[in-house]
Design a binder for this molecule. Structure first.
Ligand code: FCA
Length: 329
């Protein structure tokens, strides 16, 4: 009798043991989510989606801003003192990859990147850091095709249309996107000589506005303009510059990328602007999936795959609410 009871107790202890340990370790999982532009709707949504997943699955997400290298390194120190096991990051500069990885290694933290992929000292993507981001070239092609289609709808003669290409060649994903858009436009019969570059210093509206303004002034001979860039925030900077120069909405076709609050606000205006549309990608999915990948890695030791590429869908003033719902935004 005593032996049986003892046996049962041992059995219970054995089965309860690992369960308790599992619950304990899940409770303790804490990760950072560091973003380069914490005020942009895209990044706010990513961080919120990661936090919501943490609430569902039982891990904690610390939302942090990393607008330059110094801020990123302090954020990592801060995470370490809070006992975090790793972080998801969209870095302010992809060339900070090696420095960020050094600091993370000192603390034994696991790192995954989202949106902008680290570049190593050899100038190549750091393949050993798992990444999730847009398939930049393909999404760029969607932008180019959307512009070509709208030019056709408006009956514009390609020979008389100029393109404002807002570029950021420091950032590979930005280059892929504008290269994809350019290729699709040329394919549709757009004139190569009518493409004018506006290199921006950053990835936001104000840097795009500053880059775009002088291009309109110099090319006053064109009446019809198309505008594209790595994201909708930048296209909006170009559209604002076109308005300031005196162009009407029906003289401008701007198509962005992201499908975030910046685009929703523009589509909600009473009158249409030169911002025709944007290729929407699910920032909700980017936030959830990258956090989930890191969570699996921390809890199961399962390293996420080297690169996950996501796709997009064109959103315009006519369908934006439907696409928003479809993508869970
Ligand atoms: C880059 C851009 C963001 C967003 C993201 C997916 O980080 O700056 O606007 O497009 O890629």
């Amino acid at each position: 009798m005593t032996r049986t009871l003892l046996g049962m107790a041992v059995g219970l202890a054995l089965s309860a043991g690992p369960l308790t340990a599992q619950a304990q370790s899940d409770e303790d999982v804490k990760m950072g989510f560091i973003v380069k532009k914490p005020e942009q709707a895209w990044f706010i949504n990513e961080q919120e989606a990661a936090t919501a997943l943490g609430e569902e699955k039982g891990f904690e997400v610390v939302r942090l801003s990393g607008e330059d290298g110094q801020e990123v390194l302090s954020a990592i120190d801060n995470l370490n003192s809070q006992g975090a096991q790793g972080f998801v990051i969209c870095p302010p500069d992809v060339r900070l990859g090696p420095a960020i990885m050094n600091r993370a290694k000192q603390y034994g933290m696991k790192v995954v990147t989202v949106d902008d992929r680290f570049i190593g000292s050899d100038g190549e993507p750091m393949e050993n850091v798992p990444h999730l981001g847009m398939s930049g070239y393909k999404i760029g092609e969607q932008v180019g095709n959307a512009i070509a289609e709208e030019m056709d709808n408006r009956g514009w003669d390609p020979d008389e249309v100029a393109a404002l290409r807002i570029t950021n060649y420091e950032l590979p994903t930005a280059k892929e996107r504008t290269d994809g858009a350019t290729a699709a436009l040329l394919e549709s019969g757009f004139k190569k000589d009518n493409i004018f570059d506006a290199p921006q210093q950053n990835t936001d509206t104000s840097s795009a506005f500053s880059a775009a303004s002088p291009v309109f002034s110099k090319r006053g001979d064109f009446e019809h303009w198309v505008i594209y860039a790595l994201n909708e925030e930048s296209v909006l900077g170009g559209v604002r510059a076109s308005e300031q120069y005196g162009l009407d909405p029906d003289q401008v076709i701007g198509v962005g990328i992201n499908g975030s609050g910046a685009a929703f606000a523009e589509f909600s205006r009473e009158k249409p602007t030169g911002f025709h549309g944007t290729v929407a990608v699910s920032s909700t999915m980017h936030g959830r999936q990258s956090a989930d990948n890191l969570y699996q890695w921390i809890t199961d030791g399962e390293k996420p795959k080297a690169n996950t590429e996501t796709t997009g869908k064109l959103m315009t003033r006519d369908n934006w609410q439907d696409v928003r719902e479809e993508l869970g935004l």
